[in-house]
Design a protein around this ligand. Structure first.
Ligand SMILES: Nc1ncnc2c1ncn2[C@@H]1O[C@H](COP(=O)(O)OP(=O)(O)OP(=O)(O)O)[C@@H](O)[C@H]1O
Ligand SMILES: [Mg+2]
Length: 277
């Protein structure tokens, strides 16, 4: 078995197009032959300017948008064109954490319901008591008090909501998690707490992650390797150390120059969470 959990080869995605009253529309190709791999337990960063195709790539990997060419393999299986019915059992194993937890958490449901419902849906809880116990244990891991179970999303802070989003994904014991710009709305110390938490969970659970961000300092704090995207193509990839210390492309150099700190500082994450505790 390969060490890679997820492998994309020559991936292309075209939006729009298809049959219409005027004949077949061509559509717009937004991913051009993407090659990418994510190892077991590895966290891979995807960085690039707005519109470069990061979200499209992430959603294609999860089979949430259709792929027009290329191949996606997940845990050795070609999932590129699996019908929904066959994808369904794999869905639990591929989770997504959203950028705006307020939009992804049902405002009318309690946190308890938000955390336990997916457990029933995927047959991971024997009964209510078991589901509640699992939710309680996960809350402890994301350092939230059990009292939030009875609250609604709007009664939590942005950082707390983000941790609920993380807890909800982690409860399903996935193999792969896609995190798309999940800390961009948070201040630096809340960002650091969320990133530390994800680091801890991915280590403890052996998770593979794709971490999308336009912020290179966030990528550097959490990722093992990084892919740099521009205009729907990967233009550079390598270990974070290599890409950050000796970027090959002018575009990556530009992105690095755009980091607000004069020197990218790998220690900010630890210090940020220490002061925020
Ligand atoms: N549903 C859609 N239909 C048509 N075009 C789309 C759709 N979603 C995205 N696009 C286009 O595809 C390209 C890539 O968009 P994508 O959202 O993947 O970029 P991104 O790198 O995630 O950007 P951002 O950093 O702003 O989130 C853009 O040109 C965008 O306009
Ligand atoms: Mg995006």
């Amino acid at each position: 078995m390969s060490d890679d959990l997820l492998i994309a080869t020559g991936l292309e995605v075209t939006y729009g197009g298809g049959p219409s009253l005027l004949g077949k529309l061509p559509g717009v190709k937004v991913l051009h032959g993407i090659d990418l791999s994510i190892g077991r337990g590895e966290t891979v960063g995807i960085v690039g300017e707005s519109g470069s195709g990061k979200t499209t790539l992430g959603r294609a990997l999860l089979r949430l948008v259709d792929v027009s060419a290329g191949e996606i393999r997940f845990d050795g299986e070609d999932i590129t064109r699996l019908p929904d019915r066959t994808m369904r059992p794999l869905r639990r194993r591929m989770q997504m954490i959203f950028q705006d937890p307020m939009a992804s958490l049902n405002p009318r449901h309690t946190i308890g319901r938000i955390l336990t419902e997916p457990l029933f849906l995927h047959g991971l809880a024997r009964d209510r008591q078991d589901a509640k116990k699992q939710a309680g244990e996960m809350l402890e891991r994301v350092r939230l008090p059990a009292s939030v179970l009875d609250r609604n999303p709007h009664e939590l802070s942005g950082g707390q909501r983000q941790r609920i989003g993380i807890a909800r994904a982690a409860l399903l014991k996935p193999d792969f998690v896609l995190a798309d710009e999940i800390v961009s709305g948070l201040d630096v110390s809340t960002q650091a707490q969320a990133l530390n938490l994800l680091k801890e969970l991915s280590r403890d659970m052996g998770l593979s992650m794709a971490f999308i961000s336009h912020d290179l300092s966030v990528i550097r704090a959490i990722c093992d390797r990084v892919y740099v995207m521009q205009f729907g193509r990967i233009i550079e990839h390598g270990s974070c150390e290599q890409v950050f210390s000796a970027p090959k492309s002018d575009y990556t150099k530009l992105l690095l120059d755009a980091i607000p700190l004069p020197e990218p500082d790998p220690g900010w994450l630890e210090r940020g969470s220490a002061t925020a505790a």
